[in-house]
Design a protein around this ligand. Structure first.
Ligand code: NAD
Ligand code: AHE
Ligand code: ZN
Length: 375
C-alpha cells in the first residue's frame, strides 16, 4: 500500500517527504498507523552520518505512538484497534538476555534490526521498487509502519498519541536511567550534563525519587529556566566557569564533614566524550556512579585515568533507560495520565510530516526540547 514517509536518502541531506510502498505484516508482525512521532537527537545523529550503523536510504524515527491496523499470522498479544508504542528495544521474554533479568537489551532480533531489516531478513518498505531500510526496528517517520509483535507495548486508549509518543524514547530513557540504571536514592546529589529532551527527563526522574541536589550543566543559557521547571536546584554554564569545570562542580557538592566532594550520580546526556570524562570525574571518590546516555559518533572513544575507577567511581551505560518495554512502558503511560510525571511542557513544537525538517532545524538551533510530528 502507499504510505507517506520522510525518507533519509543519504547522510547529511534533509529528509525527502514522499509516497513509499509498505507491504503488509508477515508472521509474527503487525502494521501500525502512526499517529504521532517525536524527533530525538539520535535520529539527527544517524541522519548526520555519525552513526556507524547508519544505513541509507531509510525511514528513520523511533519515538512513535499509534493504532494497530493489521496483524500477521501467529500474533496473539495485540489485536486490531489496540493502541501501541513501538519499541526499539523489544522484549521477547524468551531470549537469554530477557531471561537473565540482568538487562533490558533483548537480543531476539537485534542482528536484523541493526541491518535495517525485519527478522526474516527483508524490508517491508520500498520506493519505486527498490527496498528502503527500516530504522531501529520502528521507522516512525511514516504514517504506517510494520513491526515485530515483540516490539510494541500495548497502552491505554485514553492516552493522547501526541504526548505519549515521547515515552517511546526520551521520557523512558531519562526517567529509567535514574530509576533502573542508577537506582538513585532519596537525598542523593546528582549532576546532569545536557538539558535537552533526555536531560530534562533525567531531572524529572531525580525529582521523582527525591534527590536533594540536582545540578544541571549546559552550554545553552536558556536551559537554566528549563531545568528549574522540572526540579533542577543549581545551574552551571561551563562557558561561565573560570578554570576547570570538574573541581568547580566537586566544590559545589561539598557539604559538612564531607569535604572530599563529588556527586553520588552523574548523567551524560550530550553524546560528547569530553563531557563523559567530566561526568565521571565529577563523581564522589569511593562510590559515585556516572551514567552514559548520550551516543557518540563513529570513532569517538572515552578516556580517563584508571585511577578514577580504582578509587571507586563507576562508569555505566544505559539504553532506553534500562526499561523492559512491554512491561514498563504501559506503567509510564499511567504515571503520565495520573500526573506523576510531566510531558506536555517539553513538547515545544508540533508540525505535520511535510515540515519534519523544521524539527531538525529547531534542534540544531537549540530552540526546541521536543518536536512532535502529528500525522
Ligand atoms: P538534545 O539536542 O535535545 O539535547 C542535548 C543538550 O546537550 C542540549 O541542551 C545542548 O545544549 C547540550 N550540550 C551540548 N554540548 C554540551 C556540552 N559540551 N556541555 C554541556 N551541555 C552540552 O538531545 P537529546 O534528545 O536530549 O539527546 C541527548 C543524547 O542522548 C544524544 O546523544 C542522543 O542521541 C542520546 N540518546 C540516548 C538514548 C539511550 O537510550 N542511551 C536515548 C535517547 C537519546
Ligand atoms: N548505532 C549506534 C548506537 C546507537 C545507540 O546506542 N542507540 C541506543 C538507543 S538511542 C535512542 O535514542 C540503543 O538502544 N543502543 C542499544 C543497541 O542495541 O543499539 C552505534 O554507535 O553503533
Ligand atoms: Zn531516541
Amino acid at each position: 500500500m502507499d504510505v507517506r514517509a520522510a525518507v533519509a536518502l543519504e547522510a547529511g541531506k534533509p529528509l525527502e517527504i514522499t509516497t513509499v510502498q509498505l507491504d503488509g505484516p508477515q508472521a509474527g508482525e503487525l502494521m501500525v498507523e502512526i499517529k504521532a512521532t517525536g524527533i530525538c537527537h539520535t535520529d539527527e545523529f544517524t541522519l548526520s552520518g555519525a552513526d556507524p550503523e547508519g544505513l541509507f536510504p531509510a525511514v528513520l524515527g523511533h519515538e512513535g505512538a499509534g493504532v494497530v491496523v493489521d496483524v500477521g499470522p501467529g500474533v496473539t498479544s495485540v489485536k486490531k484497534g489496540d493502541h501501541v508504542i513501538p519499541l526499539y528495544t523489544p522484549e521477547c521474554r524468551t531470549c537469554p538476555s530477557c531471561l537473565s533479568q540482568k538487562t533490558n537489551l533483548c537480543t531476539a532480533i537485534r542482528a536484523t534490526q541493526g541491518q535495517g531489516l525485519m527478522p526474516d531478513g527483508s524490508s517491508r518498505f520500498s520506493l519505486e521498487g527498490k527496498p528502503l531500510f527500516h530504522y531501529m526496528g520502528t521507522s516512525t517517520f511514516a504514517n504506517y509502519t510494520v513491526l515485530p509483535e515483540i516490539a510494541v507495548a500495548k497502552i491505554r486508549e485514553d492516552a493522547p498519541f501526541d504526548k505519549v509518543c515521547y515515552i517511546g524514547c526520551g521520557v523512558t530513557t531519562g526517567i529509567g536511567a535514574v530509576i533502573n540504571t542508577a537506582q538513585v536514592e532519596p537525598g542523593a546529589k546528582a549532576i546532569v550534563f545536557g538539558l535537552g529532551g533526555i536531560g530534562l527527563n533525567v531531572i524529572q526522574g531525580l525529582r521523582l525519587v527525591g534527590a536533594e541536589m540536582i545540578i544541571g550543566v549546559d552550554i545553552n543559557p536558556t536551559k537554566k529556566e528549563w531545568g528549574e521547571r522540572f526540579g533542577m536546584t543549581h545551574f552551571v554554564n561551563p562557558n561561565e566557569v573560570e578554570g576547570d569545570l570538574v573541581p568547580y562542580l566537586v566544590d559545589m557538592t561539598k557539604k559538612g564533614a564531607d569535604q572530599i566532594g563529588g556527586a553520588d550520580y552523574t548523567f551524560d546526556c550530550t553524546g560528547n566524550v569530553t563531557v563523559m570524562r567530566q561526568a565521571l570525574e565529577a563523581c564522589h571518590r569511593g562510590w559515585g556512579q556516572s551514567i552514559i546516555i548520550g551516543v557518540a559518533p563513529a570513532g569517538a572513544e572515552i578516556a580517563t585515568r584508571p585511577f578514577q575507577l580504582v578509587t571507586g567511581r563507576v562508569w555505566k551505560g544505559t539504553a532506553f533507560g534500562g526499561a523492559r518495554g512491554r512491561t514498563d512502558v504501559p506503567r509510564i503511560v499511567d504515571w503520565y495520565m495520573d500526573g506523576r510525571i510531566e510531558i506536555d511542557p517539553m513538547i515545544t513544537h508540533t508540525m505535520p510530516l511535510t515540515e519534519i525538517n523544521k524539527g531538525f532545524d529547531l534542534m540544531h538551533a537549540g530552540e526546541s526540547i521536543r518536536s512532535v510530528v502529528m500525522y
